[in-house]
Design a protein. Structure first.
Length: 569
């Protein structure tokens, strides 16, 4: 499906799916696509479906509509086009193409299934970390070739720097570091455009310390205004004689002798500027005529570096927008799922309350008791839901205390006997009599085992001669404690088996929250353990909960001798 994705503006991270009917875009709530942007008109533009794609039409907006930085009244969109409305920048993505060439039609075959003999065919191998072009031109190398080689190495270093970080501040710091290694500048600064105000904001600075003000660096507004207005890099080697700059302006008064300032222009516009200069503090006298340090090839390479850095910053911003979109989607899914389950629980409570009210009116204690049973069951449901939410949402270290695995699991089995009876499921508990006292979080493990046993009992609903067997095992050679929950229920399909531990994945319909197994897995992993599952359709499932068997202190605690069997039928 075709879509618009917001990569800049207050709605950053939002994705709008497009439909076959016309859609209006604007800041008014009556629009199909509402933007939170004061510079967007109430009804700014319209998206219309064409035979093969979409077009955007400006609806007489105050500030105009732009596609790929060009003002438009009507424009047919292609995948990747950038739509600018006010301060909001959107990317148009076309839907899937049924006529696209499939992999099988590309006439490319992968052959050979025998083990590859690495020594027989590979002549040389190298990683991208070792592939920087380094060669010595020798004493006879021409100055032009030496500069070209140096420029190539700088650009390669820049490419590596921008590909190794998603942190914009770290990226800017590394870019300035490379520039200072390459050119004899006294001061440098990278400034980025603030998305809210469109003003340049310092991101990182560098000072070589040649008598410059180490406490503060002042950037010439004259140069910044020129670069941003004309979208071109500038080199000035004598500010007093440069006709582009006012001799009474800031560049002269600040003691700047030479300066280079280049725009950081990416795919979608200018994201900032890179500025370097040579500096003599006002009042200091220069003996003789100082040699120029900056040349035209410095300016050209700085423009290339600015473009490379801008692309990296845009990619980082796009990645951040994608993460934000996924976060918003996850929040929306969470709210929708929890609202659904809470609504079902509240309906149960209302039904039970109605029975209690009717029973009290008509003085029928049996109806009151029935209503209270429904209310009590739903109170337990909402309590379990809240506990699962708290357990899953918090990153926590387990409280490791001496505890008895058999006692903890036995308590869970005892709690579930009544539920097993209601569903005509036989519940069997087989503890390992040699299980020693161990160090683990008994409350958390209680919750993990409870969720797995609850799932096993529910999986046996409507199964004849249903049996759920819970057993504990002490694996001394591997220093593991293992709790196994086995059922003869319906089993789990291979497709579902791969995602049963995913959040909000449930095969119980409206009765399941999709949190139980995720919470159990999280608890086991907090104990440096895990859950394994084996299942066969129509036969049943086995869940193996394993965690390191850390002996309780002091060692030598008496093992549990509990060995009774509980059954509910």
């Amino acid at each position: 499906m075709a879509s618009l994705f917001v990569i800049r503006g207050k709605d950053q991270g939002k994705r709008f799916d497009l439909a076959d009917h016309p859609l209006t875009i604007g800041r008014d709530s009556s629009n199909d696509l509402k933007l939170d942007d004061t510079e967007v008109s109430r009804r700014h533009a319209q998206l219309r479906r064409l035979d093969e794609g979409y077009e955007v039409v400006d609806l007489g907006s105050s500030n105009g509509s732009f596609v790929n930085s060009n003002s438009i009244e009507q424009h047919e969109l292609r995948s990747g086009d950038r739509i600018q409305l006010g301060r909001t920048l959107l990317i148009f993505t076309a839907g899937g193409n049924d006529d696209a060439t499939s992999a099988s039609d590309l006439a490319v075959d992968i052959v050979g299934g025998e083990p590859f003999d690495a020594g027989s065919r590979i002549v040389q191998s190298i990683s991208h970390l070792d592939s920087a072009p380094t060669f010595d031109g020798g004493p006879s190398e021409s100055p032009w070739l030496a500069r070209a080689r140096s420029n190539l190495q700088v650009m390669y270093g820049t490419a590596l720097a921008v590909s190794h970080t998603l942190d914009i501040d770290q990226l800017a710091e590394r870019i300035l570091e490379l520039i200072f290694e390459w050119v004899e500048s006294d001061r440098g600064c990278i400034m980025l455009v603030d998305q809210e105000t469109d003003e340049l904001t310092p991101a990182v600075r560098r000072d070589r310390g040649r008598g410059g003000d180490s406490e503060n660096i002042v950037i010439s507004r004259t140069i910044l205004d020129y670069v941003m207005a004309n979208n071109e890099g500038v080199l000035t080697s004598n500010a007093r004689e440069d006709a582009r700059f006012d001799a009474a302006g800031s560049i002269v008064n600040l003691g700047v002798r030479e300066a280079i300032c280049v725009p950081m222009r990416g795919r979608y516009g200018v994201v900032g500027v890179i500025y370097i200069d040579t500096f003599t503090p006002p009042g200091n006298t220069i003996q003789g005529k100082a040699a120029n340090r900056f040349r035209e090839d410095h300016l050209k390479l700085m423009v290339a570096i600015g473009h490379q850095a801008a692309l990296a910053i845009e990619d980082t911003s796009y990645y951040s927008a994608m993460v934000q979109a996924e976060r918003l989607a996850a929040i929306g899914q969470t709210i929708a799922m929890l609202s659904h389950h809470i609504k079902n629980i509240l309906q149960g409570i209302r039904g039970g309350s109605y029975l209690i009210e009717e029973g009290l009116k008509n003085e029928k204690p049996n109806i009151v008791a029935k209503g209270w049973g429904i209310v009590d069951k739903n109170q337990e449901k909402i309590s379990n839901l809240v506990m699962d939410m708290l357990t899953f949402s918090k990153e926590r270290d387990p409280i490791m205390e001496p505890a008895d695995v058999n006692a903890v699991v036995g308590d869970v089995v005892e709690l579930m006997v009544q539920r097993a009876k209601e569903l005509s499921v036989e519940l069997i508990w087989q503890p390992d009599g040699k299980m020693p006292q161990l160090q683990f979080d008994s409350d958390a493990m209680h919750r993990a085992v409870l969720n797995v046993i609850t799932n096993a009992i529910d999986a046996c609903e409507d199964v004849e001669h249903a049996v759920v067997t819970v057993s504990s095992h002490y694996d001394a050679p591997h220093a593991l404690a293992r709790i196994v929950v086995a059922d003869n229920g319906t089993g789990i399909e291979d497709e579902d088996l791969r995602k049963i531990f995913s959040v909000f994945e449930s095969r119980k319909g409206s009765r399941g929250t999709g949190l139980g197994l995720s919470v159990s897995q999280k608890i086991l992993r907090e104990h440096d353990g895990d859950i394994r599952v084996e299942s066969e359709l129509g036969v049943g499932s086995q869940f193996h909960m394993e965690f390191p068997a850390a002996p309780a202190e002091p060692e030598g605690g008496a093992p549990s001798e509990s060995g009774e069997t509980m059954a509910g039928s």
